[in-house]
Design a binder for this molecule. Sequence first.
Ligand code: FE2
Length: 217
Amino acid sequence: METERKDGAVTFLRPLLISASNAFQRHPSTIADQLVVTLLELSNASPRGGASTVQACQALDGVLAPGRIANKPLLLEIGRVYRRLAWRAAGAGKVPEPARSRLAVSEIIGPDGLIEHDRCRFGLFFQMPEVNYPAHSHEAEELYLVVDGAAEWAVDASPPQRFSCGSFSYIPSRCVHAIRTAKVPLLAFWVWAGDVGFDSYRMKNISAPFFAGEQIE
Ligand SMILES: [Fe+2]
């Protein structure tokens, strides 16, 4: 794994990774601490692979419109690079329609990321308005930082909680969770730590009712 450029050049990702490391310093957890170290270690690593896009990226263009983000430093950093990232379907490709085409994930660091890493996945997550990302679970523990908009997270049997810009949402390993947006979209950083393989990723056979207190399988 290349962790530092020898030519002294700065990669296009460095400002975003530094900004993200500063943002995650605010969360008192091991997963955030480890991410901050990883982001700083890899801030000059050379990205591999090319850009790609999915359907939901069209809506992301509106969120990151230059006039809208002019006074928001973190969104400006994202706006500078998001077209150069590799966007894909969320949830290991296992999320069904109608959510599937309304979600977009970019893995910046990770086994499938622009910067290779085998023990964490880090990137951006986008969910269009009025979408339910159905209930699912995985071995990796997960942490989101909302950078624009808002969403509700339902985790196991707890009542759904709404998180807006600047808030963190933490999901322990193996917990069943779902994400629901209302009138505004959600743009967030996300990180997986621990067992970051996709083999354990499972959709649960429940969707919107998860938010109405229906039993979890
Ligand atoms: Fe998840």
